[in-house]
Design a protein around this ligand. Sequence first.
Ligand code: 2BA
Length: 109
Amino acid sequence: MKLVIAIVQDEDAVRLVGKLMDEGFSATKLATTGGFLRAGNTTLLIGVDEAKLEQCMAVIEKVCKSRKQMAASPTSMSGMSGAYSPYPIEVLVGGATVFVLGVEQFRKL
Ligand code: 2BA
């Protein structure tokens, strides 16, 4: 078994959970915050049999879209501790950031 940790945009999360359920996956949805933009995103924990891993990835890839976001620069200017750039920056937020971990044990007690 594998544990898929998928960080996705809030805009895609509801639809993604729906599609995963439709295809027989189980998922847990966590409200999370990106460290760079400090904006909300969604992290899904999805336990999958190895044989269904690629099917799960395909669902994530199909649903989650990259989007450009303008953000007030959250990083301090180099060498000027506490001073922030006044200019907004454009970042491309990915469709999904996905980690796949091996699961040593899976039990429902
Ligand atoms: P955030 O940390 O809020 O990052 C949002 C977007 O800002 C990123 O999109 C990337 O385009 C940009 N970005 C992030 N760090 C940057 C930096 N140091 N300098 C310049 N631009 C930067 P994604 O890469 O698609 O990431 C979307 C979200 O996925 C992230 O939100 C974070 O919550 C998570 N994430 C991405 N990579 C990760 C990693 N290696 N470990 C843990 N979480 C990660």
